[in-house]
Design a protein around this ligand. Structure first.
Ligand SMILES: C[S@@+](CC[C@H](N)C(=O)[O-])C[C@H]1O[C@@H](n2cnc3c(N)ncnc32)[C@H](O)[C@@H]1O
Length: 355
């Protein structure tokens, strides 16, 4: 272990990937860190960040850009030798062989790898709806109204049609049994109030939406999924097909401007503003502005036109556990409905929860 921040960032990311279900990325990132320490080709690929602090490396997710660049190359098929040893369902992982092939691919594909790494990773995790669902159900049941569903920081918009997925989570069986998108998280605790939900209107924005109609952007999105997490890949591919068919639309807009301009309570409907793993990317000033804008929308809510703020975001004291929080107006009562795995693999339902 060196005190080089780049090497440290790769090793910390290796541990996180291992913990969150990708032994392949865990081991690959460790080999990459060793290569960097030995002055191998990783050093040249990461040269743009040679002087970066650990803070900057995390903010820019550099330790994910690197393996994702090889994942992008392997999934695209431009280097058959790399694709042949990359993770495949049912085939034992061979990380050493994958890293040998990845290193061998660098000279011929350097430009593609470097171009990929100029962008921050853009992910969209479908199974986070496992945590959000309980919030939507709570609002629908408690208000008895059709929902208006508005998402900020929606990425590609894969979670915009959360009500068209099938949920099979212990005591929670909800949604269309014929849906091609199955959300099958492990569930602890009692169920949320299960009942029918009508989504009367929906909208979404992202500062930099992924356009699913563009094959290159679709490929980029899938390359950000850790390649030995096959269930995530399958779910994402199916969700892409579903939302494209349903007419997904994500406005390219800053969340604060979009919310202020377009989200307001409407009598006869429960308006829900929601987000997942988004808040941490906002500068403090935008966080404060958005919180104030949300309070302002809440102040305009009535019993006939209630408003809810639903979030799936890291717990204040533990970034590795998410909290599903719901604040409802009129009144502004806030509660924590659940704790969750960052990708939604498990949900711990707290029911009424603590404020
Ligand atoms: C980690 S992704 C999460 C995407 C999605 N919510 C999910 O859970 O899969 C964070 C998203 O927030 C978006 N974002 C960051 N700052 C934003 C802002 N000020 N306004 C709108 N979107 C923003 C990013 O572009 C990115 O798509």
């Amino acid at each position: 272990m060196t005190d080089n921040p780049l090497s440290g960032a790769l090793r910390i990311q290796a541990g996180a990937c291992e913990n969150f279900g990708s032994p392949f990325y865990g081991a690959l990132l460790t080999l990459m860190a060793e290569d960097l320490d030995a002055g191998g080709p990783v050093k040249a690929l990461l040269a743009p960040w040679a002087d970066a602090t650990l803070r900057r490396l995390f903010d820019e997710a550099v330790a994910l850009r690197l393996p994702n660049a090889f994942n992008h190359l392997a999934q695209g098929g431009e280097d058959p030798a790399l694709s042949a040893v990359w993770p495949r369902e049912g085939v034992p992982l061979d990380v050493e062989a994958a890293w040998r092939a990845a290193k061998a691919a660098i000279p011929a594909h350097r430009a593609q790898l470097e171009a990929f790494m100029t962008h921050e990773p853009q992910t969209n995790e479908v199974r986070r709806t496992a945590g959000l669902l309980g919030g939507f159900l709570t609002v629908a049941t408690e208000t008895g109204l059709p929902l208006r569903s508005f998402e900020i920081g929606a990425s590609a918009g894969l979670n915009q049609f959360w009500d068209r997925f099938r949920y099979e989570m212990g005591p929670v069986a909800w949604g269309d049994p014929a849906s091609p998108v199955l959300i099958d998280a492990a569930w602890e605790g009692g169920p949320p109030p299960l009942g029918p939900v009508e989504v009367a209107e929906r909208g979404a924005c992202d500062r930099r939406p992924t356009d699913l109609n563009d094959p290159a952007q679709r490929r980029r999105l899938l390359a950000c999924i850790w390649p030995d997490m096959f269930d995530r890949l399958v779910r994402s591919r199916r969700a892409i097909d579903l939302v494209l068919d349903a007419g997904v639309q994500v406005d390219a807009a800053d969340a604060l401007a979009w919310t202020t301009a377009g989200v307001a309570p409407k009598p006869g409907f429960a308006t829900v503003l929601y987000h997942s793993v988004f808040w941490q990317y906002l500068p403090a000033k935008t966080q404060a502005g958005l919180a104030a804008a949300i309070e302002d929308i809440g102040a305009r809510a009535t019993a006939e036109g209630p408003f809810a703020w639903l979030s799936f975001e890291p717990a204040p004291d533990n970034m590795a556990v998410m909290e599903v929080r719901l604040t409802q107006w009129p009144g502004g009562a806030a509660r924590t409905l659940a704790e969750a795995h960052p990708h939604g693999a498990w949900i711990r339902w707290l029911g009424e929860g603590a404020a």
